[in-house]
Design a protein around this ligand. Structure first.
Ligand code: CO
Length: 135
């Protein structure tokens, strides 16, 4: 089993203000953007070779990314790994005592099914599992 790093999530106050560095300094380009109203966040994906960066801008202070920014400031928010059977992985992790934060997969960006694993399992890093290969 090879795990692929699907994307790296970065919390930002403003996608518009963050983009010039990633585009002009690093030469990355945006291939998708979307608002996830259920998560009170707007996201922009930039291609970075085989993986991507996901810039996350809160649309409200009381959503998960809004709260993250308030307590930690902008920066690394999560690592997302691609999986083929998210429900199977969620069961496997639960049986290991590493139950995901969600009990069921939920819709994420790009029409993928996602869940998150508590940072305590990964040395302080929030980990997302992503099922689906659509861009
Ligand atoms: Co993500």
């Amino acid at each position: 089993m090879t795990r692929v790093l699907d994307h790296v999530g970065i919390a930002v106050r403003s996608i518009q203000e963050a983009l010039p560095f990633y585009q002009e300094a690093l030469g990355l380009s945006t291939f998708h953007d979307e608002e996830l109203s259920s998560q009170k966040v707007r996201v922009a994906f930039l291609k970075a070779g085989e993986t991507s960066l996901e810039l996350l801008e809160p649309t409200s202070d009381d959503g998960p990314v809004g709260k993250f920014l308030k307590s930690r400031g902008p920066g690394l928010h999560h690592l997302a790994f691609r999986v083929e059977d998210i429900r199977g992985d969620m069961l496997r992790l639960s049986s290991q005592g590493r139950a995901p934060l969600e009990t069921q997969p939920r819709p994420g960006a790009r029409s993928h099914q996602v869940c998150f694993l508590h940072p305590k399992h990964a040395q302080g890093v929030l980990v997302e599992l992503v099922e689906g290969h659509g861009r």
